[in-house]
Design a protein around this ligand. Structure first.
Ligand code: AMP
Ligand code: GLY
Length: 437
């Protein structure tokens, strides 16, 4: 089987790393890939948004399966273009990818399927949005309606903060056209988890849950990011919760999408809040999370390629996945300045030493090679360092032991990945149960 993975971040490195061990695999490409991916796949210089270029490349190389990493190519119609060219693509059609591309569409589908989610209203007029905020009061959530790289959301503790968000999103257009309209939502209290299910249009197969760390600062403070670290599974996500999520959120959504004539194929990523009233949907994404994917791939023991193929071919019913019961934990290393403008071009050393920590895995996210071959930071989130452990504290100890071997003065990471699950049993890293080894 000849496979092309589309993307060039930590998620795609993890997907390539997992797919590379499949006995079905005969050749692996990644477009555009990155220096870490280049060690296990052939990188092709095609941009993720160049749909025609990706399809032409896949045809020229007689690729059997195209695997979409990020959402951008999916919302631009990669799966549709592949289907038209007779190519298999793991990922939804553009019409089904609207579940992520439009927050309004996501809410409409959720409401039609009676999926438990936060109450919401959409506004194209900033004054009407402000009036609604004042009427509802805080805490309240303001979201840019379009794609804003996970950054167009403000969880406002006060009405003033919410009004400032409306001004930034709708009037200053800090996220561009994604801010032409806003969705204002009821605040959901609780523990947040990411849950992933493989879908083939009619059947959904639960994968696993992970907990991301969206804020840039320790203790979940500071601005939102794409994700600063993850671990899997979150202890709060019990088998009972998973069954409820499958019955009340995933399967009804899949049925509603099929009813609308836009069946969902690919991986459905449910951002969930485990509220006192039960799990509620925050949002859907139509791809793996980053860095959740890294945490999941560390635990997936069965053949990833066979599972992706079953999702494409409509044969998920009867398919089973085998997960390592041991938890995984992933620490993202980001360039100084992130999630604002990250400093690019700083030198990264010590990755061999980091990868030599037994049980550790280093995924490249935003790296590039300089003219002399030196490894340089080339993005906001630059590395994702992960590990499995017999329990979460040992997974964390191994991951941070590897992080400590990375010699990169231009980077930083959160020191407290896993803290929600670990807080009952361990002090922050460096404390009595610390792991700064
Ligand atoms: P989103 O891009 O919709 O996932 O939102 C980004 C983050 O904002 C989420 O991961 C949550 O942490 C938070 N968030 C979004 N919507 C809500 C909500 N209705 N209640 C509480 N927190 C929310
Ligand atoms: N880590 C969250 C996301 O990939 O959207």
């Amino acid at each position: 089987m000849r496979v092309l993975v589309v993307g060039g971040g930590g998620r795609e490195h993890a997907l390539c790393w997992a797919i590379a061990r499949s006995p079905l695999l005969t050749a692996l490409w990644c477009a555009p890939g990155n220096p870490g991916i280049a060690e296990i796949a052939t990188c092709a210089p095609v941009a993720v948004t160049d749909i025609a270029g990706l399809v032409a490349f896949a045809r020229a190389e007689a690729v059997d399966l195209v695997v979409a990493g990020p959402e951008a190519p999916l919302t631009l119609g990669l799966a549709d273009a592949c289907a038209a060219a007779g190519l298999r693509c793991f990922g939804p059609s553009a019409a089904a990818a609207r579940l992520e591309g439009s927050k309004t569409f996501c809410k409409e589908v959720a409401d039609a399927a009676f999926v438990p989610t936060a109450g919401w209203a959409r506004f194209t007029d900033p004054d009407a949005a402000r009036a609604h905020l004042r009427a509802r009061g805080a805490p309240i959530v303001v979201k840019a309606d379009g794609l804003a790289a996970g950054k167009g959301v403000v969880v406002a503790a006060s009405v003033a903060e919410a009004e400032a968000a409306v001004a930034e999103i709708m009037e200053a257009r800090v996220h561009g056209e994604a801010g032409a309209s806003v969705v204002i939502e009821e605040f959901l209290p609780g523990e947040e988890v990411s849950f992933f299910a493989l879908c083939d249009g009619t059947t959904a197969l639960p994968m696993a849950a992970a907990q991301d760390h969206k804020r840039v600062g320790e203790g979940d403070t500071g601005p939102n990011t794409g994700g600063m670290g993850a671990y899997s599974p979150p202890p709060a996500f019990t088998p009972g919760v998973e069954a409820e999520v499958m019955d009340r959120i995933i399967r009804p959504t899949l049925a509603e999408m099929a009813r609308r004539g836009t069946p969902f194929r690919g991986v459905l990523f449910a951002g969930l809040m485990l509220t006192p009233e039960g799990p509620k949907l925050i949002e859907f994404n139509v791809r793996f999370g980053d860095p959740e994917c890294q945490a999941l791939m560390l635990r997936l023991r069965s053949d990833p390629l066979a599972a992706l193929l079953a999702a494409c071919d409509g044969t998920l019913a009867g398919h089973a996945l085998d997960w390592d019961p041991r938890p995984s934990l992933v620490v993202v290393m980001a360039a100084e300045g992130y999630p604002g403008a990250p400093r690019k071009g700083t030198a990264i050393r010590g990755l061999e030493a980091a990868a030599a920590v037994p049980g550790a895995q280093v995924f490249h996210a935003g790296t590039a090679r300089g003219p002399d071959g030196a490894l340089l930071a080339d993005g906001g989130r630059v590395l994702a360092v992960g590990a499995l452990g017999t329990a979460l504290p040992s997974a964390r100890a191994t991951a941070y032991a590897a992080v400590d071997r990375v010699d990169w003065p231009g980077g930083f990471c959160r020191q407290d990945i896993g803290w929600r699950a670990l807080s009952a049993e361990a002090a922050p890293r460096g404390g009595p149960a610390g792991s700064a080894g």
